[in-house]
Design a binder for this molecule. Structure first.
Ligand code: HEC
Length: 295
């Protein structure tokens, strides 16, 4: 663990300011940030998770992560082992000015963990009153097995009844891989009709089981070829931001820097290296958790 602390097993989506109101996510979405061994070693070797390192950085930019580094942001949703759970589903609704938090989404599925011991085909075909009822193994999921995990999940989901033996299902994941200097930005999210639409295209036939139920999008840049801003987001994380539906991973992560308190509002397009925005910051090679953790 790069940062340590059981409070980082699951974390809550931050409350954000929308106009004069605070927007608080009402669904029990929980996230975690994970560094692969290459990325973690880089953070440790250069002492990047430490405030004094970043504060004293005369170059105003940290040592670049090595090729092969991977960072992840996983998004989990708790499911009681003895009860059906409603999961909001994103169908690409029009952007609302105040953002599109999950409670505004028009559809949900019911995740039914009964029969979790008998593997199903992962097929999603049961419709009850127009609502898909989905078995647990249509998701990548795991069982809560330790007290620390349960405590973290109880706190973030605001659900004191979660217990050892309950599940967390993976509803989405952000993946950044340092294959190119600006990283490659990939995101996946669960959908009950994973074979429809542009985000279903190109899924390799070799993917099996629950992995086939996730849609995927990927980007290498903040702009499209014609120079106009490119939108690319994960509905479970970014749709709730004002203009989040039009957000772009790289556009926001470019601005990751020690000395920044805010990653919002959503910006579009790229920020140039000589932009005054960077003048009072130490850039953290596009890794936000470093910038925020050390503040
Ligand atoms: C408006 C800003 C914003 C946008 C847009 C955004 N992110 Fe992030 N991202 C963050 C912040 C802030 C964190 C740090 C969370 C924390 O540790 O509190 C983060 C964390 C991450 C992490 C963990 C490593 C790190 O940088 O801390 C990954 C991987 C990631 N995001 C990928 C993506 C991908 C892929 C997309 C696009 C689909 C995306 N992000 C869109 C703000 C953004």
């Amino acid at each position: 663990m790069v940062f340590g602390g059981i409070d980082r097993i699951f974390r809550e989506l931050q409350a954000i300011k929308v106009g004069d109101l605070m927007e608080v996510e009402t669904a029990p979405l929980m996230f975690a940030v994970i560094f692969d061994p290459v990325a973690a070693k880089h953070v440790t070797d250069h002492r990047l998770a430490r405030r004094d390192t970043l504060r004293g950085d005369a170059d105003r930019v940290v040592a670049e992560f090595p090729r092969g580094a991977i960072t992840l942001k996983s998004i989990w949703f708790p499911v009681h082992r003895d009860r059906a759970t409603e999961l909001p589903i994103w169908d690409g609704e029009a952007a609302r000015r105040e953002g599109n938090p999950t409670r505004t989404w028009s559809r949900h599925v019911v995740v039914d963990p009964s029969g979790a011991d008998e593997p199903t085909s992962g097929a999603i075909d049961e419709l009850i009153d127009g609502v898909h009822h989905v078995p647990l193994d249509a998701f990548i999921y795991r069982t809560l097995t330790s007290r620390d995990e349960v405590l973290a999940a109880q706190r973030v989901a605001r659900d004191p009844t979660l217990a050892i033996g309950d599940y967390v299902i993976l509803v989405g994941m952000h993946i950044s891989t340092k294959e190119i200097p600006d990283w490659v930005w990939t995101t996946v999210w669960w959908h009950d009709r994973p074979d429809e639409g542009q985000y279903a295209a190109g899924r390799p036939a070799s993917l099996e089981g629950a992995a086939r139920s996730y849609l995927l999008d990927i980007t290498f840049s903040a702009n499209q070829r014609d120079g106009t801003p490119h939108a690319m987001m994960n509905p479970y994380l970014e749709a709730r931001f004002p203009d989040g539906v039009h957000s772009n991973c790289l556009s926001c992560h470019r601005r990751a820097g020690f000395g920044t308190l805010e990653y919002l509002p959503v910006t579009r397009g790229d920020t140039a290296p000589d932009d005054p925005y960077f003048a009072d910051k130490v850039q953290t090679d596009m890794v936000w958790s470093l910038a925020l953790e050390a503040r």
